[in-house]
Design a protein around this ligand. Sequence first.
Ligand code: NAP
Length: 270
Amino acid sequence: MPAPLISVVRWCCVHDQSSPLHMWWSSETVAVLPNALKELGLSVDYHQLDVLDSLSIKKLAEWIEQTYGGIDVLVNNAGVNYNLGADNSVEHAQNVVATNYYGTKNVSQALIPLMRPSAVGARIVNVSSRLGRLNGRRNRLEDKDLREKLANLETLSEELIDRMVSTFLQQVEEGTYTSGGWPQMFTDYSVSKLAVNAFTRLMAKMLSDRPDGQKIYINCYCPGWVKTAMTGWAGNISAEDGADTGVWLALLQDQAITGKFFAERREINF
Ligand SMILES: NC(=O)c1ccc[n+]([C@@H]2O[C@H](COP(=O)([O-])OP(=O)(O)OC[C@H]3O[C@@H](n4cnc5c(N)ncnc54)[C@H](OP(=O)(O)O)[C@@H]3O)[C@@H](O)[C@H]2O)c1
């Protein structure tokens, strides 16, 4: 019997019960779901989590440790977007960056110490977006020097990512961000997911020297344009299909993939 899997997710990993992806999902599996979703018929436990609130993150970590002793899989799914057109506000930009980037970072840093040793390695999956691509043909940072520093693992650092988002927020406050060379589409959201992607690669590097048996693999993925509240239910795929690559990444058993970006179960460029 595989070890119980304790995952902090907000989307439910409900998918084809006959799929080999179910190999980790046993009768002992426990999914820890912030807030709601009580009707699943799976072994599900619940705990409050507000990724904007450091005390809430701390309480969740303490509860997981006391209740389950550790965690095998973390899916950072919490996200917000307020960008619809060209309009923007300081409050929205701050909230998007705080939730999408700092929320992902702070939850990861609080729960990594609880990730349990295992032969197959613990997993972190960050739900991101193609809008945050570093070198996409459209919607990328204009600052070539910053792009290169973010792309290069020798120069990528937490300080560099934090400085990028704080420079962006400062320009939003000053009203100068539109000429600041930031991604043109869904700018707040794109900057926040650019930071999530960079953080994923950085964490993969930082975690890479863990010994066998204590490995943690961290990847990010774009779910596509999904019919959820975020898109006003206007996406072109269901939430289940949007979750597919995330579930696949979380449950891959025999491939030590880390620090990569995926969509539709295929690696894509950052
Ligand atoms: N939908 C798309 O087309 C699309 C495309 C690319 C990437 N994504 C990413 O996919 C992820 C899920 O988004 P979605 O489409 O499912 O949007 P959604 O329906 O708006 O769901 C967002 C989720 O984030 C949670 N959340 C927001 N702020 C939070 C906070 N401070 N603390 C804890 N949880 C918080 C919400 O919880 P409550 O319900 O409790 O508020 C909700 O469950 C996000 O990271 C999003 O950026 C979505």
